[in-house]
Write a protein that binds this ligand. Structure first.
Ligand SMILES: Nc1nc2c(ncn2[C@H]2C[C@H](O)[C@@H](COP(=O)(O)OP(=O)(O)OP(=O)(O)O)O2)c(=O)[nH]1
Ligand SMILES: Nc1ncnc2c1ncn2[C@@H]1O[C@H](COP(=O)(O)OP(=O)(O)O)[C@@H](O)[C@H]1O
Length: 418
């Protein structure tokens, strides 16, 4: 048996499973036991022929990329009638214990095709396949761990029984966020790109640029003001007006020098993409330190964007799925230069949509997601407000550009003695 399954087997019956029933955070949680027991009431209305495909390889880069492409792979290979639901499996309160995959409900006319596809998948070092069987009295549900063979009779290496699990007071993704979705030091973000150099050659170029920066944090002589906000809230307009009004230097994160590779990393799974954006902040921080020795500095997006989009993407469902206010996951990286002031521009969604259309530029996938996924937008906006060290000061960007500018200039005068 491969090392990966052995480690998984060892902890298998202590794991909790969360199926996202509507892909909007309605989690069906269950636990496992080795003693035959009645299944949770909610679980019983799930019909026969259910499976889970979990990604649990030892190489986090390979696993992140495999999981990132798994839904498309399953949709291409499995009968169309197979319903796919995101599933997480974790050890309660154990950091980095989360493994992700998909729960399948096979309502097709060709169950043997499903089994064949899953049997082949199960041979991969990246994957653990399980099947679920209803007991003779319908009340019991067992979960079988496939041992990684194409044997359609599910050569099973372990059977456990599905039982109710305590309702976790956190979203499973919170367990794996630290230095996987959000990076709290430069070295951890660099590690991810170092591990991905073989499959993403552009990582080397990014690491070289980061390597040239001075890791020490100079406290800037002049104020550094960051402008944050969703797309089309008026950041570009504001930052350019502030540059003129204050004779300031204008920077952005990710910095211009990373532009050639941004599209490459935007196509990667969160682990790699967020490490890229985190390193962009460190390069921008170096530029801030230099420029702020000569003049005030204005920055278009920085740590708040990186942390908020990462946290809001990692969880599903309503704002309550976010890590709670005050969680250490909202802290500022101790090795990242802190600005004097962070202004968060907020805007009525309809007005933002109007401005987006008026501007006529394309939207990033993330911004498209923000548009049609209200829950995601609400999570991003709330995460912005929860980030600490410094916290952002919220400004309504609804009034005219000049009025909003005057308000921000007043804030800068108050906060930065400018
Ligand atoms: N700048 C930045 N953007 C991030 C980060 N994480 C995710 N994103 C997403 C947020 C948006 O969907 C998109 C915005 O990227 P940019 O600000 O570079 O593009 P653009 O200037 O066109 O957007 P904007 O008009 O300023 O909202 O990237 C991050 O760490 N930094
Ligand atoms: N206060 C404002 N009132 C009305 N329109 C605005 C205001 N600020 C910016 N705009 C317009 O809204 C659009 C988006 O502004 P922009 O500065 O590009 O936002 P962002 O950089 O946040 O995406 C642009 O067409 C801009 O001219």
């Amino acid at each position: 048996m491969a090392k990966r399954s052995m480690s998984l087997l060892g902890q298998w019956s202590s794991r909790v499973f969360s199926i996202d029933l509507d892909k909007r955070g309605a989690l069906l949680n269950f636990a496992l036991t080795e003693k035959p027991q009645q299944a949770p009431e909610k679980f019983r209305n799930i019909q026969e022929r259910c499976y889970s495909v979990l990604v649990c390889g030892d190489d986090r880069i390979q696993s992140a990329r495999f999981y990132f492409g798994l839904e498309d792979l399953l949709r291409n290979e499995l009968p169309a009638e197979c319903e796919l639901l995101p599933v997480s499996s974790y050890l309660p309160h154990v950091k980095d214990s989360l493994i992700r995959g998909y729960f399948l409900k096979d309502a097709s006319e060709c169950p043997s095709l499903t089994r064949r596809v899953l049997g082949a998948l199960g041979l991969s070092e990246q994957v653990q396949v399980c099947s679920y069987l209803r007991g003779p009295d319908g009340g019991r549900w067992s979960q079988q761990l496939w041992s990684g063979s194409e044997n359609q009779n599910m050569d099973v290496s372990k059977t456990c029984y599905v039982v109710p699990s305590e309702e976790a007071n956190y979203h499973p993704s919170v367990l794996n966020m630290e230095n996987s979705d959000v990076f709290y030091c430069r070295a951890e973000a660099c590690k991810v790109l170092q591990e991905s150099c073989d499959i993403i050659p552009e990582s080397r170029a990014v690491l070289e640029l980061v390597g040239k920066t001075d890791a020490s944090r100079h406290s800037p002589d002049f104020p550094v003001v960051v402008i944050e906000g969703l797309d089309a809230t008026g950041k570009t307009t504001m930052t350019e007006s502030l540059r003129e009004a204050l004779g300031a230097r204008l920077l952005r994160s990710p910095p211009q020098c990373l532009s050639p590779w941004r599209a490459v990393f935007d196509r990667e799974p969160p682990l790699i993409r967020r490490a890229f954006y985190a390193l962009g902040n460190y390069i921008t921080a170096e530029q801030m330190g230099k420029e702020a020795s000569q003049a005030p500095v204005i920055v278009d997006r920085y740590w708040h964007s990186t942390a908020s989009y990462a946290i809001a993407t990692a969880v599903s469902g309503p704002v309550s799925s976010l890590p709670p206010e005050g969680s250490p996951l909202y802290r500022w990286p101790p090795d990242l230069l802190q600005p004097s002031l962070v202004v968060l521009l907020t805007l009525d969604p309809q007005e933002r949509k109007r401005r987006l259309e008026a501007r006529g530029q394309g939207q990033t996938d993330e911004e498209q997601e923000l548009d049609h996924n209200l829950l995601f937008r609400l999570r991003v906006e709330e995460a912005y407000r929860r980030v600490r060290g410094p916290a952002c000061v919220v400004v309504d960007a609804g009034p005219s550009a000049d009025k909003v500018l005057q308000q921000v200039l007043l804030l800068i005068k108050e906060h930065c003695r400018l």
